[in-house]
Design a protein around this ligand. Structure first.
Ligand SMILES: NC(=O)c1ccc[n+]([C@@H]2O[C@H](COP(=O)([O-])OP(=O)(O)OC[C@H]3O[C@@H](n4cnc5c(N)ncnc54)[C@H](O)[C@@H]3O)[C@@H](O)[C@H]2O)c1
Length: 442
């Protein structure tokens, strides 16, 4: 098939590359000229394992092409995917400006029938809205082509995006016509078995995406609330997790207590879900609570550190291990490390940080006072305390015995319950974590 993907970010670039890998001819279109220049040279502007290798192969075969012009991408395409950003507005609604501007672009240059598929996470009713918008643009040009908008929400996980895209758990498609469904079946046949392509109407597909993210976020917030209770009563949230995860009705995923979720999806999608419900006169009690618990949880680590060192932290040197919102990605959007660093800097602490991949992205969003090191050991030297925020696997290899010798004080705050408490304590560390009742803080 000939495919146009508009928006070459985490979703668009990975999706476009994977479509090319399965033998389609793909144009990835992005408004950002610098990004497109990089892409043409085979350089990925984002970090995803395996992505550059796949890009190189498909650029060489001619299956993967890049442009800043929607005209280049759309001409001759059977299907056009919209994968641009939908960041949160100040009030938590999804900002639809990028999506609407793509619709205008499509209406402005469409020369024949083409299916338009929305991959961006968008509020209910967007399919209808885009159809109207494109038809208006077509009319202005005196053109008239059949327009069908499909919803095909994306469920990939950053850090595993290529793998998720090549082998998705399921593919959700909101499509009205049989012709559109047949096209999507054909397109996704090399990726999943047919029974895992779930067809529904576009509005249901749009809600499915928000419901999936809110469900996952709710599990995290729930366990964070249980972790606070564990701390209060002297129980261990990791034991509780094991106890409930073994129930097949509950399962083990997304039950880890920690310093709060971040990223480009959960925070904004939960907020957007609240605003969507409210627009229909509903009180989104549960969705609002998920978000409220998470906001509080992001403040837990700085609060614990201030309890330990006092409110005036002048001269206290804190080493932050891991800045990305989770391991495996360079994405800093809504990362708990930002909340932590801002709070500590406000209280006079000196922050030195290290992240294996996200460090250069971090520099634009972390407080200006943050210093950076080239390795975990480098930032630990001379630190009064270490704080683990993103549990990159290599942090599992830190020699804490050696670290303890170069740190000013042997104190570790583990924001992800990543380490075995007994091991750190046996090395003489004061070890603080989430909901495990280790070293009580007054
Ligand atoms: N990142 C994820 O893990 C993820 C997962 C599932 C769904 N989503 C959803 O997918 C959508 C895209 O997310 P993302 O993380 O890939 O965003 P992103 O910010 O990484 O990428 C968006 C890209 O769109 C480009 N763009 C903006 N306006 C444009 C225009 N008018 N024409 C062409 N290009 C334009 C930007 O330059 C950017 O490169 C969002 O709605 C998001 O909620 C994201």
């Amino acid at each position: 098939m000939n495919i146009c993907v508009v928006g070459a970010g985490y979703v668009g670039l990975v999706t476009g590359t994977c479509f090319a890998e399965k033998g389609n001819r793909v144009w990835c279109v992005d408004i950002d000229a610098r990004r497109v220049e990089m892409l043409k040279k085979g350089k990925a502007p984002i970090y995803e394992q395996g992505l550059e290798e796949l890009m190189a192969k498909n650029i060489a075969s001619g299956n993967l092409n890049f442009s800043t012009s929607i005209n280049d991408g759309l001409s001759g395409s059977d299907v056009c995917f919209i994968a641009v950003g939908t960041p949160p507005c100040e009030n938590g609604e999804a900002d639809m400006a990028q999506v609407l501007s793509v619709a205008d672009g499509i209406g402005g240059c469409m020369t024949g029938p083409c299916f338009i598929v929305v991959k961006s996470t968008v509020p209910v009713g967007t399919s209808r809205l885009l159809c109207d918008r494109i038809e208006v643009r077509l009319k202005e040009r005196g053109a008239s082509h059949p327009v069908e908008i499909l919803s095909n929400p994306e469920f990939l996980k950053e850090g595993m995006a290529v793998e998720d895209c090549l082998r998705p758990d399921r593919v959700v498609v909101g499509a009205a016509s049989e012709q559109a469904r047949a096209m999507m079946k054909k397109l996704y046949a090399p990726f999943v078995d047919e029974e895992r392509i779930i067809f529904m109407d576009p509005a249901s597909a749009e809600i499915t995406k928000y419901a999936a993210n809110a469900m996952l976020a709710s599990r995290i917030s729930f366990m964070n609330e249980i972790a606070r209770l564990c701390d209060a009563v002297g129980a261990d949230v990791e034991s509780v997790r094991g106890g409930i995860a073994s129930d097949r009705r509950i399962g083990k995923h997304f039950l880890a207590a920690g310093c709060g979720y971040g990223g480009s999806c959960f925070p904004k999608d939960v907020m957007s879900l609240c605003r969507i419900g409210e627009a229909y006169g509903l009180d989104m009690t549960l969705a609002s609570a998920i978000e409220k618990v998470n906001r509080g949880q992001k403040r837990q680590l700085p609060l614990m550190i201030r309890k330990r060192f006092g409110e005036a932290m002048d001269g206290v040197r804190i080493a932050i291990l891991g800045l990305a919102f989770k391991p495996g990605t360079d994405d800093m959007r809504e990362a708990p490390s930002i909340t932590l660093a801002c709070d500590l800097v406000d209280h006079g602490a000196l922050i030195i940080a290290f992240d294996p991949i996200a460090q250069s992205n971090a520099k634009s969003v972390m407080p200006a006072e943050t210093a950076y090191g080239a390795s975990a050991m480098e930032i630990l030297a001379g630190a009064d305390a270490a704080v683990l925020v993103a549990e990159w696997p290599e942090f599992g290899d830190i020699d804490w015995n050696a670290a303890g010798r170069v740190m000013r004080r042997k104190i570790l705050f583990d924001g992800r319950n990543f380490y075995a408490p007994e091991k750190l304590e046996s090395l003489g560390f004061e070890y603080y974590c989430i909901g495990r009742n280790r070293t009580p803080l007054a």
